[in-house]
Design a protein around this ligand. Structure first.
Ligand SMILES: Cc1ncc(COP(=O)(O)O)c(C=O)c1O
Length: 431
């Protein structure tokens, strides 16, 4: 071979994907017989240390047990137990049938960008330009990932109040940065304060991630916490990633305030949101990032070179979701509200368990410190003995240990049965 490089030689030896077909064994590629090198030698250092999503791992364990015929109740996931409303489904079907099956503008169709800008103004009091201030993505997760690639690199620290959603830290690490936990305390109702932020801060801190209502704790940041974040961000010149995915899922008269609405914050805040939770559209993959144009321009580069655009006919459904009737959300929230209360009452009768009533989202973040078990041991016990899949709190950062997360976006009957089984394993609190 002329001018062959070492990489070419390695490629010739490695027969997939461009050489002779690799053999299949039991439905999987058997690369070991075809390669000189172990597959792991091809892995980038970026992925080598990366663990798969722990919430998806819980669901996978539950699925495997179910496949063995075991009746597992899976409360590990974050998927509303309702189908997307009919008028939204119809909008997608109509658009698809009318031939809306092509690539669209990378940032999203203008109608949806406009509907998002209108929503941000009406619901949140935030003004964004639909031309340059909004990018529509396949899920809020993708928007966060693109922003991580756009603003995080080696040498950049990202402050993440913990417990935190499982994907923030891996995203930061995939982008080459370092996530710095801001440990919150369950005995202080997971409150975020200037002191906690200052204690965690490093000279390389450039971004602060805010998630309210929070997954997994359900905490909704109050005025004093928002003020502390605003003061801290301005003093330390931080960019804010504000994940507002659960903004519509609030209980007991809680209200959502975006950190972007505080004085001096709009220019340093990127808002991440989506359709998965409020509109029961997890499988559709539709979300967005909104904020100041200079930041969005950088994100759009990553977006256009990765996914090109979010699915065309799904975007048409997104317009209908935002501009159509909203009563459905109230119905979802009232169903979850009543499950939240019933589940907490049932779990609070179990020995060693304390289940506070959460302020938002649809997860119970259950304090199991009274059992003396770690969150991993408790989650394993519940899966093995009660056949109930829950997520260990440690998956949300060290601050989450001593807790397990249960989704109450499940039927009344399943939740009742899950609590009863957990009670059989741990016993009841003394009367
Ligand atoms: C806190 C939080 N942010 C973002 C997401 C991503 O949502 P999606 O990609 O479905 O829009 C989730 C999903 O569970 C979440 O819990």
């Amino acid at each position: 071979m002329l001018n062959s490089t070492r990489a070419d030689v390695e490629l010739q030896r490695f027969p997939w994907p461009c050489g002779t077909p690799a053999s299949f064994t039991g439905g999987e590629f058997d690369v070991s017989s075809q390669t000189q090198r172990a597959p792991s030698t091809y892995f980038s250092s970026r992925v080598r240390e990366l663990a798969p999503s722990p919430t998806l791992a819980v669901s996978e364990s539950a699925r495997q047990l179910k496949a063995q015929g075991i009746d597992v109740i899976d409360l590990g996931g974050g998927d509303p137990d309702f189908i997307t409303p009919e008028h939204i489904r119809a909008a997608a079907a109509n658009a698809m049938n009318a031939g809306d099956t092509h690539y669209v503008a990378s940032a999203g169709i203008l109608g949806l960008r406009q509907a998002i800008a209108d929503k941000l103004l009406a619901d949140n009091g935030i003004e964004v330009d639909p031309n340059g201030g909004v990018i529509v993505t396949p899920g809020g997760k993708q928007a966060l990932f693109e922003a991580a690639l756009a603003f995080v690199e080696p040498g950049v620290d990202v402050l993440i109040p913990e417990p935190a959603w499982v994907s923030y830290s891996p995203m930061v690490e995939l982008a080459g940065g370092t996530s710095i936990p801001v440990a919150l305390d369950p005995d202080d109702n997971w409150r975020l304060s200037l002191e906690r932020l200052s204690d965690a801060w490093t000279p390389a801190s450039r971004i602060l991630l805010v998630n309210s209502p929070n997954n997994p704790t359900g905490r909704v940041l109050d005025r004093s916490e928002l003020a502390a974040i605003a003061e801290f961000a301005q003093e330390r010149d931080l960019l804010i990633f504000s994940d507002e995915m659960y903004e519509k899922i609030l209980y007991d008269g809680q209200r959502h305030t975006s950190i972007a609405t505080l004085p001096g914050m709009a220019e340093r805040t990127l808002i991440f949101n989506g359709f998965s939770k409020a509109y029961a559209m997890t499988g559709w993959r539709l979300g967005y990032v909104a904020g100041p144009r200079p930041y969005l321009q950088q994100i759009e580069k990553v977006h256009s070179h990765s996914v090109t655009c979010a699915t065309s006919f799904v975007q048409q459904a997104g317009i209908v979701a935002l501009t159509g009737p909203q009563a459905f959300i109230g119905e979802l929230v009232s169903a979850w509200d009543h499950r939240r209360r019933d589940l907490a009452a049932a779990l609070n009768a179990i020995a060693g368990i304390h289940c506070p009533l959460v302020e938002g989202a649809f997860y119970a973040f259950v304090d199991i410190r009274g059992t003396g078990m770690s969150s991993t041991a408790a989650a394993e016990l519940f899966l093995r003995e009660a056949h109930v899949a829950v997520t260990p709190g440690i998956a949300f950062g060290a601050a989450g240990d001593g807790h397990v997360r249960l989704s109450f976006a499940a039927s009344d009957a399943l939740l009742e049965e899950a609590a009863a089984r957990m009670g059989q394993v741990l016993g009841s609190k003394p009367a």
